[in-house]
Design a protein around this ligand. Structure first.
Ligand code: HEC
Length: 142
């Protein structure tokens, strides 16, 4: 199948999914939601920077950034905030574990890239967005 028709199919499926939202609702306190939103924008920026570094052949740098910003090293960044501003403890366990798995997956990519193994890093590149898709397609907060 050509890339364009794959894209159209994906857009169609996404449209159908959103028309009737079957995702589960997780109710987070407003402060936790705000912390989450901030983290999410940082995630998006980090992914773009990792991709930019990979495209420039800076594989090790891409790995280091991925680990720091998206991998297991990025966990616990809300630890020192007041309880109601920490997203993790307010998530249903199933949602929280998707988040944790996402950090583990990002670290798998980061480990390969940090070693400078470009081929392996490219193979594991989709690991960076695995968790994003898994959570966003299952959970919503409003
Ligand atoms: C465990 C679940 C979970 C994971 C994993 C997750 N997200 Fe999110 N994301 C959310 C939720 C929930 C919101 C909505 C927050 C809110 O209430 O505004 C959100 C919001 C966002 C937003 C919108 C921010 C805005 O401007 O309002 C972006 C962009 C985003 N996520 C990107 C990502 C990326 C990129 C990843 C992967 C690196 C990711 N997310 C992983 C749950 C998740």
């Amino acid at each position: 199948m050509k890339a364009k028709s794959l894209f159209l199919m994906a857009a169609f499926i996404a449209g159908a999914a959103l028309a009737e939202d079957h995702r589960q609702l997780a109710t987070l306190p407003p402060a936790a939601q705000e912390s989450l939103r901030e983290e999410m924008l940082g995630n998006l920026l980090a992914i773009n920077e990792v991709l930019t570094l990979m495209a420039a052949g800076k594989v090790k740098e891409a790995g280091q950034l991925a680990e720091k910003a998206l991998g297991q090293s990025a966990q616990g960044k809300h630890r020192d905030k007041p309880f109601n501003a920490r997203p993790g403890p307010h998530m249903p366990p199933a949602m929280h574990s998707i988040g944790n798995d996402g950090h583990v997956a990002a670290s798998e990519f980061a480990k390969a890239a940090s070693s400078g193994d470009r081929e392996k890093a490219l193979t594991l590149l989709p690991k960076l967005t695995e968790g994003c898709i898994a959570c966003h397609y299952s959970w919503r907060t409003r």
